[in-house]
Design a protein around this ligand. Structure first.
Ligand code: AMP
Length: 208
């Protein structure tokens, strides 16, 4: 059986992580997120995590070889395929991926920059995993989690300077992937502005 390699492509804040959940359930495939894997490595203070932390906090990209290595190792265990969130992010990564797991579909989550800045700078989270989005999802008590009463914090790379850097890098390094996948005839663009459920539906429709 040919495995499904579905790439969720989009700028930081376009909702790749959020929408990957419904797609994963629909297709019964695991989500492989390089951002999640790298943040785990940072939290565990592994050699990789120690190397990646400062780069990630500044909103820059971790070295291609490192990220390609962790994805390749992970995909070797996913025989039926997976949904990729946050990888590839450069042409070098996309070409490497074609060598070990050719992409079958790419969903481009289309969100204008103005909306992305609003989303990223309004994102606050709790260590329990709950995510708030000011002004769309506001906690009952300012700065405190509704679920566990802990203080909310902002991801280091959601702070204004890092957000600016992440968007710059998206335009320079990641956007060329749109043309790369369009030429391969595997690209579908979805308007990703709107309610989460609404966008989920658009994605599922695009996958039919
Ligand atoms: P994300 O959660 O996908 O926004 O990723 C958070 C951070 O992890 C990024 O800003 C990068 O520093 C790093 N990262 C995640 N995926 C990649 C990738 N494919 N290539 C390089 N760096 C990455």
């Amino acid at each position: 059986m040919k495995s499904t390699i579905l790439v969720l492509l989009g700028a930081p804040g376009s909702g790749k992580g959020t929408h990957s959940k419904v797609v994963a359930e629909k297709l019964s495939l695991p989500v492989v997120s390089t951002g999640v894997m790298l943040r785990e490595a940072v939290a565990k203070q592994t050699p990789l995590g120690k190397k990646a932390k400062a780069i990630m906090d500044a909103g820059k990209l971790v070295d291609d070889e490192i990220v390609i290595g962790i994805v390749k190792e992970r995909l070797a265990r996913e025989k039926t395929g997976c949904i990729l969130d946050g990888f590839p992010r450069s042409i070098v990564q996309a070409k490497a991926l074609e060598e070990f797991a050719p992409v079958t579909t790419t969903i481009l989550l289309d969100v204008p920059d103005k909306e992305l800045i609003k989303r990223l700078s309004g994102r606050w989270q709790c260590k329990c995993g709950e995510i708030y989005n000011i002004p769309n999802k506001v906690p009952k008590k300012k700065g405190v989690c509704d679920k566990c009463n802990e203080r909310l914090f902002q991801r280091e790379d959601d702070k204004p300077e890092a957000v600016k850097k992440r968007l710059e890098i998206y335009h320079k390094d990641t956007k060329p992937l749109i043309e790369f996948y369009r030429k391969k005839n595997v690209l579908v663009t979805v308007d990703a502005v709107g309610d989460i459920e609404e966008v989920d539906e658009r994605i599922l429709k695009a996958l039919k």
